[in-house]
Design a binder for this molecule. Sequence first.
Ligand code: AMP
Ligand code: FE
Ligand code: FE
Ligand code: ZN
Length: 282
Amino acid sequence: MPRIDLHTHSSVSDGTESPAELVSAAVTAELDVVALTDHDSTAGWGEAFEAARGTGLTVLPGIELSTQLDYASVHILGYLVDPADASLVAVTERIRAERLHRAEAMVERISADYALDWEDVLAQTTPGATVGRPHIADALVARGHVPDRSAAFQSILHWRGGYYRPHKAPLPVDGVRVIAEAGGVAVIAHPGGRGPDRLLTDTRVRTLVDAGLFGLEVEHRDNPASTHERWVDLATRFGLVMTGASDYHGSGKPNRLGENLTSPEAYAAILARGSGSAPFAG
Ligand code: AMP
Ligand code: FE
Ligand code: FE
Ligand code: ZN
């Protein structure tokens, strides 16, 4: 049975390993296919492809697009997009700029109560990376305010922690459309991981399907067990492909490579649908 993990992050966004290190971790984890899905960036693809050469690992190029609905963030995975597509480039550049702006605003708020400045965050961020709370978390760890990323997320960086700021992002329907128009395959990431379950109502999912939605990430540690049946039911009724993945972020999160997998049938359907780029068979 091939081991296919379709959601991971490198230091091009908020993972702790470079794309090459991530590929080597995927080889060690005996994966057959790994998708690199950095937040709002495709900048890690080339390095991942190079690192996979000769290893037998296939790298599926992807992205995890940040979108927003009712003040909740909804993440849309986009596999096999054309990384040079003008709309995709414009949208991701805008989101990255909004994320930067929002991170600066959060640091400003935090610095009223904790010794922390923007330089601390920059020191934890690879140049050009998509900036997120994980980089602020690493800066808080470096300053000794919290023991690790997870502790930072549970306290200072929690959305109810008093310092949280949202960042502007497109609507999910626009995110799905941009991915589909860039030749990509759109899959809602961890549908049960954020916000109330009623966020993704039947009506809303119908709208997303009409915009080109192809799948749902049903197997993911952030989907509460109590919602599993709902995702399977939704996927079945709307003809959506069901995927599973780890959402590996290196050492910054407990998620382990291969902890959830995608079936070969679902993977084949994604390959058949995507036309904006191609997987790299190393
Ligand atoms: P942001 O998108 O900036 O609001 O930050 C949320 C991101 O932090 C998500 O992509 C999470 O996957 C990521 N993250 C990384 N490490 C952790 C952690 N230890 N706990 C919670 N979220 C984390
Ligand atoms: Fe992340
Ligand atoms: Fe996500
Ligand atoms: Zn992710």
